[in-house]
Design a protein around this ligand. Structure first.
Ligand code: ATP
Length: 457
C-alpha cells in the first residue's frame, strides 16, 4: 500500500460513524439510558446491508457449491463443550489495571490503548501510570440455567459459532449423508467480554460471525487450506473491496495455536490501519478429537470399505459486523459535483441496502406521482426499492447517494408523453432514458453484472 493511496482516501472512522448515525444504519445502543459503551443497534439500512453481507456469504457457501450445508445451533451449549474446546482453560486475554486512573487495558495491546489521564500517551508511559502485573481474564460471558442461581448450572454464551458445528458433525455426516471433503456453515451471534472493545463495529462484545468448518481427509488438508485462502480473498474482491486495501497475512510460527499447522488473516486497511477481517486456519484433527475425548462419542469418518479417519478441519471465520464496516469504509467517498459536496457510499449493488429509488421529478404533480407510484409498486415485488416525492430532486438524489442506492428512476414530463424514464447511475451520475416497462429488467441485469468500484485504488 502506497502512502499516497492511504492519504487519498477521504474516509475516517468518525465520518463512517456519523453517516451511519445520520442515515439510520447504526445507533449507539441504550442511548436514552446513557449508552452501554461499544454496543450498537442496527437501524433499517444497517439491517438491510448486514443481511446482504450475510446472504452473499451463505450463498457463496451453500448455494453456489454443493459440498457445504447450513446449520443454526444454539447460543448456549452444554458447558462441557467449552472445556473440550479449551475455552474454559485458555480463552483469555492478559489484563492490566492502572492503580492511578483505574482503567483496564489489554496488556498485549497497550500501543492501541490510551492512558486514562493523558490520552496522548499509551498506558505505562505517563509519569503517574501505575500498572499492575498482567493477569489472565476469561472472555466468556457466564450465565445460569435454572430458576435459582445457586442451584442452577453455570453456562456460557458462545464466544464463537464454530463449536456448535463440531458437535453436530455426526448428525450431518449421517443424516445429511456427507463424506469428506464437506463443510458446515453457520452465521450467528457470538459474545466476548472484550477488555477493550472499540473502533465502532470493529470490536464489540456482542457480534455476528460467519464461520464454516470444512472437513477433509488428513492428507488433503494443506491443499484445502490453500484453496480456502484463495476462495475467501476472491469473495471480498468480488463484492468490491479494493485490492490495495486487502491482503493475506500468514501467522508466524510463534502466533500459531499448538494444533494449527497454518493460519492466515485476511486483513483490510481500515481507517485504524491494517487489521484482521477474517481468520483462516488449518486446525488439524484437534476439534473432533477433543469432542470425541470429552463426549465419548466417536467423531470420525468410516467409509464403506472400512476406511476410517478423523477428518482435518479448515476454518474460514469471518465477522459479519466487521465485514460490514470494511464494506462501509471501502464504499465511503466524497466528491464535488457542480460546485457542491456530495457524500456517497459506493457499495457493490448486491451489498447496497436499497437497489433503486423511484422519484417523481415534481412531487406535487399528480400524474408524475401516480406513474412513479405504479412503477414503485411493480419494482418492490422484486427488489428493495424506495419511493420519495418530498423536497427538491437534488436533495432526494443526495439522500440516496448517502445510503448507497445504485440507481434512481426519475419520472418527468417526458414520461407522461412517451412512458420513458431516466435512470441515474450513483457513481458515474450518467443518465440514460429507457422505457418504463424495462426498468425491472434493467435493474435485474445490472445487479448481476460484474462491478468494480470507481474509487481510486
Ligand atoms: P481479534 O484478534 O481481532 O480479537 P480474533 O483472532 O480473536 O480477533 P477470531 O476468534 O479469529 O478473532 O474470530 C473470527 C472473526 O470474528 C474475526 O476475524 C472478526 O471478524 C470477528 N470478531 C472477533 N471478535 C470480534 C469482536 N469482538 N467484535 C466484532 N467482530 C469480532
Amino acid at each position: 500500500m502506497s502512502e499516497a493511496g492511504e492519504m487519498n482516501d477521504v474516509v475516517t472512522m468518525d465520518k463512517i460513524v456519523s453517516l451511519c448515525r445520520r442515515r439510520g444504519f447504526v445507533f449507539p445502543s441504550s442511548e436514552i439510558y446513557g449508552g452501554l459503551g461499544s454496543s450498537y443497534d442496527y437501524g433499517h439500512y444497517g439491517v438491510l446491508a448486514k443481511n446482504n453481507v450475510k446472504a452473499r456469504w451463505l450463498e457463496a457457501m451453500t448455494q453456489e457449491r454443493d459440498d457445504i450445508v447450513a446449520l443454526d445451533s444454539t447460543i448456549i451449549l452444554h458447558p462441557r463443550v467449552w472445556e473440550a474446546s479449551g475455552h474454559v482453560q485458555s480463552f483469555s486475554d492478559p489484563l492490566v489495571d492502572c492503580r492511578n486512573c483505574k482503567k483496564r487495558f489489554r496488556a498485549d495491546d497497550l500501543e492501541h490503548c490510551e492512558c486514562g489521564k493523558k490520552p496522548s500517551k499509551h498506558p505505562g508511559e505517563g509519569p503517574d501510570c501505575d500498572l499492575t502485573e498482567p493477569r489472565q481474564f476469561n472472555l466468556m460471558f457466564e450465565t445460569t440455567i435454572g430458576p435459582v442461581q445457586e442451584s442452577g448450572s453455570k453456562v456460557f454464551l458462545r464466544p464463537e459459532t464454530a463449536q456448535g458445528i463440531f458437535i453436530n458433525f455426526k448428525n450431518v455426516l449421517q443424516i445429511a449423508r456427507r463424506k469428506p471433503p464437506f463443510g458446515i456453515a453457520q452465521i450467528g451471534k457470538s459474545f466476548r467480554n472484550e477488555i477493550t472493545p472499540g473502533n465502532f463495529l470493529f470490536r464489540t462484545r456482542e457480534f455476528e460471525q460467519m464461520e464454516m468448518e470444512f472437513f477433509v481427509p488428513p492428507d488433503e488438508s494443506e491443499q484445502w487450506y490453500r484453496y480456502w485462502l484463495e476462495q475467501r480473498m476472491d469473495w471480498y474482491h468480488r463484492y468490491g473491496l479494493r485490492d490495495s486495501h486487502l491482503r493475506l497475512r500468514q501467522h508466524s510460527e510463534d502466533e500459531l495455536s499448538h494444533y494449527s499447522s497454518g493460519t492466515a488473516d485476511v486483513e483490510y486497511l481500515f481507517p485504524i490501519g491494517w487489521s484482521e477481517l477474517e481468520g483462516i486456519a488449518n486446525r488439524g484433527d484437534y476439534d473432533l478429537s477433543r469432542h470425541t475425548e470429552f463426549s465419548g462419542t466417536k467423531l470420525e469418518y468410516v467409509g464403506q470399505d472400512g476406511e476410517r479417519y478423523v477428518p482435518h478441519v479448515i476454518e474460514p471465520s469471518a465477522g459479519a459486523d466487521r465485514s460490514l464496516l470494511a464494506f462501509l469504509a471501502d464504499a465511503y467517498d466524497e466528491e464535488e459535483v457542480a460546485g457542491r459536496e456530495r457524500t456517497v457510499l459506493r457499495f457493490h449493488p448486491q451489498i447496497a441496502p436499497v437497489k433503486a429509488a423511484v422519484l417523481p421529478l415534481i412531487g406535487k404533480n399528480e400524474d408524475m406521482v401516480s406513474k412513479a407510484r405504479s412503477l414503485y409498486e411493480e419494482l418492490r415485488r422484486r427488489f428493495v426499492v424506495e419511493f420519495d416525492d418530498s423536497g427538491a430532486i437534488g436533495r432526494r438524489y443526495r439522500r440516496q447517494d448517502e445510503i448507497g442506492t445504485p440507481w434512481a428512476a426519475t419520472i418527468d414530463d417526458q414520461t407522461l408523453e412517451d412512458d420513458t424514464v431516466t435512470i441515474r447511475d450513483r457513481d458515474s451520475l450518467a443518465q440514460i432514458r429507457i422505457d418504463i416497462s424495462k426498468v425491472g429488467t434493467y435493474i435485474a441485469e445490472a445487479l448481476v453484472a460484474p462491478w468494480k468500484t470507481p474509487k481510486s485504488e
